[in-house]
Design a protein. Sequence first.
Length: 669
Amino acid sequence: MRTRYGRWWQSTGISLAALLFLAGHCLAAGTMADGQKAGAAAGDTVRGLFGGKDGFNANISKPLTSNNAQMKTIDGSSSFATNIAMPSTSTFLQLLIQPSSSGDLQVATFSVDLDMDGKFDYVYQLPRPVSGVCGNGYVSCTPGSWTNCTPYKWVADQNGQLYDMNVGITELGGCYCINSSCGSSLVWNNSSIVLKDLAGGAVSAIQHANIGFMVTNVSVTPVTINYYGRLTGSATVATTQTTSTLPPPAQTQDYYSNPGNLSSSVNNIVLSSGSDPNSLYSLLNSSMSMKNLAVNQKTCIINRVAGIKTDTQTQSFSGKGQLCTDHFVYMRIHKVDDYNYKLELLDTGPSGPSSAYNNCFNPGGDGWHLVSNVNIPVSATINSKLTAATFALQNMQAGGCNVGSGFVDGILNGFDSSVQTTITCPSSGAQWPTFDYSYYFEYTTDTLNESVDDQCQALANDATCSLKEEVVDSVTTTQNFNSTGLSPLASCRDLVGGAGSMHECRPWWQKRRTYVCQSDAPWDFSDVGKRFGTVKQSLQSSNGSLSFNDTIKGKDGTWSPVNNQGMKVISTPPGEACEKACKTRIQIEDNQVTTEGLNSTLRANNTNSNDFMYKVCVNDVCPVDQPGEVIVADCQCNNSFAEAAAAIQSMRLAGKDTICTSGTRRPLQ
């Protein structure tokens, strides 16, 4: 029971030296004194509330384990109800599953209690087999195959009533196959995962519809999962428990009349936990500590990186030309197909194109004259988009004509839409104006760039590392060093580029892995020990200050002294060498009953005996609070180890067979 004040101060001083040296704070003497007074007052308040067994029972135990007592703040200004003994006994959702011989779930039944009154308000049984499980729904196919598949998503109405809805596969996430087309006994081998994914998506849909539902606990068996919860609108205190795969806790009175059930319950918990790789039992049983190996746990990611590279290309030209016209000139960009275009001019007379044919040659019968062809390379049309197509005319002039120009934009005006130029030739007969022309075409090209960023390659090639966990696109494929047999379905992403979007589908997009690797050597704390030793040997305390020497290791491995370091610390009041205690005695009448009868009938002289008690002194005063109680040893640093050891030894020997019932003489042990 003794505490060496000097040794305690030395160890505490070293810790203070290290912490305060790094922090670099200095406190004024007045501030220290005020802090000590405030701390002492707060300590007295807390000790008054929780220091004795009665106070602790009234202010801690009862409020935490009973609905009849309120938890209060330290100052007593506020109170609230809380109960940690059983956060919720109401199951608000239960899922029962039964796989068929094809591996599909032939039965999946949800029972839901919406008002938390302990009774299920409705039961929803899926009307179709479940062939694949998703994070927010499921997939139903022809049993035993992955054909004729239809995806369904969990939804709920405003009251939280659950149902499913047929959606596109892109609205589901984290899907994986569970029937026999993908493996054998996938549901039975991974029932806890299947149950959590199915029910978790349903619970999420219910909570999305009604945020008042709060999950407080989860329990799992091979074919059922129960979600316990509360309605936060009616709950007094929102409490949350860590998700567990253990069965609901049994009532302790169940074991009172039949203690043998305790062993059976333990075995059931071991069986339940052993089938769940996430349980504490499984984690400890498969840990490297069980194999006496020093290990490090490392996490890495393999990402499929897909993106679009956008390039812009142009095609332009300037030239000269001449045209026969009777009066007016029209222009257009004629689109042959996505990568062939013609720049054309039309000559007309005052009455239309046909009137010009008497004076000008008719090329092709429609009056349109070809100025130039524009051909975009075929390779550029793959994931490309035409963003500019202009045709311009300048310096259109001839005798009998005014000077004019023209411009057409195929993107804005539309291809094959004619635009009249500003030149007119009013003189009679055919005129031959010359002109300068130019065109500018611009197109954007998208190229898919795809690569795999494998940050796990080094760990995968390390023979001392073992793959513990792997999650591929939200589907758990490896759990606690064992393959689950599950694999994600291919998923698609829309990649947006300058020319449009690309719909790309891949078997996977991300793999998140956790490896457990053996450590070649234990941690080396010799440098820390060297610094600690230097500080400890040189530490001195004087007048609320600490002084010490330190030593620092440089990058080259050499040690350099850092002497005469110091700091101010909070002054501490003088302490006692121990917690003082006293010994008291009180006389009692011994009327206990044994197998031989009353003790008083077995004693010849005195039926009284003495009870001895050890009590903690309060302000150096021994608390004598019972009639007839006397002080045997007053307040002091009491060491009664020898007396206690003798009493315990006497009790141990009293339980031995002192009369050799077996007939064989044996020594006491």
